[in-house]
Ligand binder design. Structure first.
Ligand code: NAD
Length: 410
């Protein structure tokens, strides 16, 4: 099954549980709009660089389209559609007033200079400025995109439509970003884990955590798990996995990456092993926070963690999920576990619309409330239908979108 088929599979399961009529099911599962634009820029060496950019707007029954932008060589229309669909269910699970969208540019992001990335980003905005906007579709950071790239989007959009900071979230704080947005996705994963563990009568103290991906989500998750008393026994990025059963000095790892081009390569606070071993390393909690499709039927039985917290989007295939269910491994699914990012994006957008800004403790307190409340509904739904948290999340998300669609009519 492809990633898109995985997503349909879960939506179909939820539709069955909710007894959604076939016509309404088709309506909410079909993407609203798919846009593909060619971007031509002058490269630093004088040659012409041509890139494909994508934006898929999946559903807006509950509010404007919302979702990240990914710069990666694997970006393609089908993957973006699957990610856009996940955003529709995620914003509904989080209870934020948005629909779902996703976008990306197919490129080798790390081979581009800053100047080339800026020209490519502005070229993308030239192609999509008419279909994005504060009340229409609001992009945000994802893999290989960051606050600087959001700032360029905001600036290029302003050339066409005037000052509108809410057109994009994840901006630097100086130009209308929110305190706490950078930390939000990883921080939300930690809040979610605390709720799950409390349900099982335990907490993070001394729990061994392994994290795949040491970018935005992975570093902040590591930082907050560490602060909450857990022990980080493994971290991994594109350059491999770094394990240390005695516990990794997280502050040192974050500092190392900040001064080493964003990479863990050469980090000597742990033993370097082959990258995929992070998934099967001895730990209590596994946090996939890199790319999708990494937990499959081939490695699911070797996973030692009792809890999996999906920082990444789509890291677990349906076959792996079945194995986890059979083995008693509890999985907090992406559309709940990593909704902290879109939740604080919502806070950022609200601040932009009101031109009134919050401090970080307020942002964190509101995020904490959303994650707590989200888990309460997730757990209640799982218990009511006697289903996994994954199925329960889709039942919650699809149910809320269905209700909004029905109310708004044709
Ligand atoms: P990022 O670009 O900041 O970091 C990605 C990290 O993954 C890097 O450390 C990279 O080296 C690592 N990586 C890439 N390929 C790898 C591989 N094959 N094996 C191990 N590590 C690998 O991206 P991010 O924003 O942290 O996003 C990570 C995941 O979280 C994605 O799935 C994204 O969709 C999801 N997510 C991000 C946000 C957000 O707010 N940034 C919100 C929700 C979900």
């Amino acid at each position: 099954m492809s990633f898109l088929e995985h997503t349909h599979y879960y939506v179909n399961q939820a539709a069955k549980i909710l007894e959604i009529p076939a016509d309404l099911h088709k309506q909410i599962a079909t993407p609203h709009r798919e846009v593909r634009v060619e971007i031509n820029i002058k490269m630093d060496d004088g040659s012409i660089g041509t890139f494909m950019g994508f934006r898929v707007q999946h559903d807006n029954a509950r509010g404007p389209f919302k979702g990240g932008l990914r710069y990666h060589h694997h970006v393609n229309a089908e993957e973006v559609t699957a990610l856009a669909s996940l955003m529709t269910w995620k914003t509904a699970v989080a209870g934020v007033p948005y629909g779902g969208a996703k976008g990306g540019i197919q490129c080798h992001a790390r081979d581009l200079s800053d100047a080339e990335t800026q020209r490519m980003t502005r070229g993308f905005v030239d192609g999509i400025y008419d279909i994005i906007g504060e009340k229409m579709d609001i992009p945000a950071p994802d893999v290989n995109t960051n606050g600087q790239i959001m700032a360029w989007i905001f600036d290029q959009y302003a050339k066409y439509k005037g000052y509108a900071p809410g057109v994009v979230t994840g901006k630097p704080v100086t130009i209308g970003g929110s305190e706490g947005r950078i930390q939000a996705t990883g921080r939300g994963c930690v809040y979610a884990t605390q709720e799950l563990l409390a349900q099982d009568g335990t907490d993070l103290t001394g729990k061994r955590v392994a994290i795949q991906g040491f970018g935005n989500v992975g570093t902040w998750a590591a930082h907050d798990y560490d602060k909450a008393g857990a022990k980080i026994v493994g971290i991994a990025d594109i350059t491999g996995a770094y394990v240390n059963p005695e516990g990794i000095d997280v502050a040192a790892a974050i500092d190392y990456v900040a001064n080493n081009g964003g990479r863990l390569e050469g980090f000597n606070g742990a033993t370097h092993v082959e990258g995929s071993l992070i998934l099967t390393t001895d730990c209590d909690i596994l946090v996939p926070a890199a790319l999708g499709g990494v937990l499959t039927k081939d490695n699911a039985n070797d996973v030692k963690a009792r809890y999996i917290i999906e920082g990444a989007n789509g890291p677990t295939t349906p076959e792996a999920q079945e194995i986890f269910d059979k083995n008693g491994v509890k999985v907090l699914p992406d559309i709940y576990a990593n909704c902290g990012g879109v939740t604080v994006s919502y806070f950022e957008w609200s601040q932009n619309m009101q031109h009134f800004y919050w401090d970080e403790p307020q942002v964190n307190a509101e995020l904490h409330k959303v994650m707590k409340n989200g888990f309460k509904h997730l757990h209640a739904t799982a218990t009511k239908h006697n289903i996994s948290y994954r199925k329960a999340a889709f039942v919650l998300g699809v149910g809320r979108v269905m209700e909004a669609t029905r109310l708004r009519g044709l």
